[in-house]
Design a protein around this ligand. Sequence first.
Ligand code: TYC
Length: 103
Amino acid sequence: GRDKDGGTGVKLETRTKTQRPPLYKVLILNDDYTPMEFVVHVLERFFGLSHAQAFDLMLTVHKKGLAVVGVYSYEIAETKVALVMDFAQRHQHPLQCTMEKEC
Ligand code: TYC
């Protein structure tokens, strides 16, 4: 702040705003062709969900069009997206996975 130094020009206040790394949402998108069981498998394998959690989230995506499946640092989110896209492509399914900055 201004004039907290009694005119000495010495900085007496320290920063209180803590820097936190930005987080990124990883999203799965619905499509008409990817089998439901494949999406459930992806959610279990790459996002650490139980079978029941994965099934429920897959149904949410199927009904609503998309859902957030996890929130991670940039590097982890980028890796998850790449692994899912590669896995889907190798199985010839059009499943889409993307990321977006949170806030
Ligand atoms: N809509 C797909 C079907 O009816 C299932 C599906 C769910 C596909 C979620 C993608 O992210 C997805 N077979």
